[in-house]
Ligand binder design. Sequence first.
Ligand SMILES: Cc1ncc(COP(=O)(O)O)c(C=O)c1O
Length: 415
Amino acid sequence: MIDLERDPCYVAALVTRRVGRAYVNRKDLSFDTRLLHSEGHDKPLNSHSIPIFQSSTFYFDSPEKGADLFSGASQGHIYTRLGNPTTEALEGVMASIEEADGAVAFSSGMAAITASILPFVGSGDHVISGDTLYGPSIHLIKDVFGRFGVKSSFVDTSDLGAVRSAFRKETRLVFFETPANPTCRITDIAAVSEIAAKNKAMVVVDNTFSTPALQRPLSLGAQVSVYSATKYLNGHGDIVGGMAAAGRECIEKIRTFRKDTGAILSPFESFLFLRGLKTLGMRMRKHHENAVAAADFLKGHPKVEKVHFPGHEDFPNHAVARKQMKAWPSCFSFELRGGLDSGRRLLSSTRICTLAVSLGTLDTLIQHPASMTHAGVPREMRMAQGLTDGLVRISVGCEDAADIISDLRQALDKA
Ligand SMILES: Cc1ncc(COP(=O)(O)O)c(C=O)c1O
């Protein structure tokens, strides 16, 4: 039996948590202020920004002090896989903006998703998952976890009746994205959390598309809010990273899983992530503004059949999105009347919108989900999600909105 109090990971966790808690409690500070004032560490040599502690290990002043760190009698750093000051500063900011007890940084979004599900399920347990998900998340839950005896059902979580009937007595966890990648399907977080609580199951929300700037799943009843930080959280497209935020009990299990599987974010990437995170509030406001302009333009264009944008009043579950989100997501999709061939012509013709996967970067990215991000999703599952061959996904960036629109206009002329 593990003695948690003597576990070096737990000791490192205590340090992070204590730092986090001091700032999380500042509920009087607004979101933008917290982004800039929640790092939590005293910075060495009066440094204004948190340095990159590019060190795998930390020396002990004496054998006794080393033993005290391991036993938990004192707090400090031991080894970077357990915790690193640069990474902890980042985690302090993230915990603060999520109003969570703690946050844990990962080397990718997929590592964060794995660590937000696996510690809570075992062989014979059942997971209910949204059926509109980033392709590798479907593969992870269905095939990878499935090989270890974890059963799963994929349902439309925007349909509360479907969620209710998917529960079995072995259901332990519900996982979904909202808005979901790439059709922006909206799930009511509070309603699903209530159904899950009645069934003694937990809820994990992939909040990548929204970030805490637009939506905070924990405040709506979910237990874990998980991210591909590669996207909006970092915002600059220069790292691959992940993040999970949760209440005390869950975050400790996630942290221990990270220690055991070794998927911590490196100090250098933590520094870049933290630098990007500081501007999250202002970036998300500009993303929102530009997304509304681009979505309205696309909706009125004769070559566009349909725009999947939650900000439009005729979008399914628009009222739920309005209730749980502060602003609209800037990554959404649209369908061209000319189908796949028209989509190919459009993607070959843009000059400002870059043809690339990923999303949430400062600049606008455009891609074709059926042959790219969601190529691994079985065709019948894609079709059921509305993920047709002619669907194009756009992540609207922070350029001047008029430039994005004129680029889309000239590309649509050729589509
Ligand atoms: C919604 C969503 N979740 C998770 C991931 C996986 O994140 P990462 O690529 O950082 O592992 C992605 C990647 O595109 C995503 O779009």
